[in-house]
Design a protein around this ligand. Structure first.
Ligand code: TYD
Length: 336
């Protein structure tokens, strides 16, 4: 089978490329990645010489590059990981999110339609449903996004399902809770907090720290996508969740404890505008219809993640310079 994985140099995409090469020795993978700040060739350094793997530098909204890939490589399956993903950046610069999420998804869907590709899987987020005070969102919940990021993802997801209804393009949409694990860019909460503490810096906790997020370890997410790529039903959406929900303060305390630090390392900062209070998804459809379940308890995944960042300073050190610092200066100028 030939897989086109877009965004394969990003956090989730690179984990997926590695996962499919490891678990499916006869699959070929082409990775189309724009190499933005979050797409890092170091994320796939260990597999770049694998003869089953090909890298193409380009953007998903670039019709020429996408057409060339489809006509020469002829993928059987497309998994679209390519996206701008950080909510705080979307608040500062929404346009980049619309370009990648909406126009990029559209370009891929058109190519899938033209080339009669067998399957297209859209990697999306639970954030499209918006905040939920109690209970869980099922796949039937209406979208109610709060940030430019989640609004752009919601738009792309609607487009995917509209292509199914209008053209019978074989799409499947996934809505996952928050990912964590190795290779996550250190602007997201978990790697940011771990690295700050490793560098003896405080961790910036937004607002009262009472916002609830649900967390999935990257390997468990890859296994969910594996099930969906092979047996998911066209025109359907699948929630991917673990039930591992906690407030940001609870999560911060777990990280502090594992790194042997105390509450004095918490620096409360002004809240993110439009900050959703609680996300929670119901993954029963994926569990009952495709037989998936998460394997990694949060405590274990977090310990593995901390260990990875502890032993991969050469990976994250360069990301803490230059562009990263500029971004944080701007971010905290608005956040405090
Ligand atoms: P994040 O990792 O940005 O993911 P998302 O916004 O997609 O859920 O943030 C996770 C939670 O952590 C979110 O509620 C915002 C909060 N947060 C902080 O408190 N401090 C930070 O520095 C960051 C980046 C996030």
């Amino acid at each position: 089978m030939k897989l086109l994985i877009t965004g394969g140099c990003g956090f989730m995409g690179s984990n997926a490329v590695r996962y499919f090469l490891k678990n499916y020795p006869d699959y070929r993978i082409i990775n189309l990645d724009a190499l933005t700040y979050a797409g890092n060739p170091e994320n796939v350094r260990d597999i770049e010489n694998d003869p089953r793997y090909t890298f193409v530098h380009g953007r998903i909204e670039d019709e020429t590059v996408v057409e060339k890939i489809f006509s020469t490589f002829r993928p059987d399956v497309v998994i679209n990981y390519a996206a701008e993903t950080h909510v705080d950046r979307s608040i500062m610069d929404p346009k980049a999110f619309l370009t990648t999420e909406i126009f990029g998804t559209h370009t891929l869907l058109e190519a899938v339609r033209r080339h009669e590709t067998s399957r297209y899987v859209q990697i999306s987020t639970d954030e499209v449903y918006g905040s939920i005070a109690d209970g869980v969102w099922t796949e039937r919940a209406p979208f109610d996004p709060s940030s430019p990021y989640s609004a752009a993802k919601a738009g792309a997801d609607h487009l995917c399902l509209a292509y199914w209804r209008t053209y019978h393009t074989p799409v499947i949409v996934t809505h996952s809770c928050n990912f964590y694990g190795p290779y996550q860019y250190p602007e997201k909460m978990i790697p940011l907090f771990i690295i700050n503490l490793l560098e003896n810096k405080k961790v910036p906790l937004y607002g009262d720290g009472g916002n609830v997020r649900e967390w999935i370890y990257t390997e468990d997410h890859c296994r969910a996508i594996d099930r969906i790529v092979h047996d998911g039903r066209f025109g359907e959406s699948y929630n991917i969740g673990t039930g591992e929900r906690m407030t940001n303060l609870e999560l911060t305390k777990k990280i502090l404890l594992m790194l042997g630090r105390g509450d004095e390392m918490i620096e409360p900062v002004k809240d993110r505008p439009g900050h959703d209070r609680r996300y929670a998804v119901d993954p029963s459809k994926l569990i009952t219809s495709l037989g998936w379940k998460p394997d990694t308890a949060f405590q274990d995944g977090l310990a593995k993640t901390i260990e990875w960042y502890r032993t991969h300073e050469q990976w994250w050190k360069p990301l803490r310079n230059g562009e990263y610092l500029e971004y944080y200066k701007k971010q905290y100028a608005t956040a405090r």
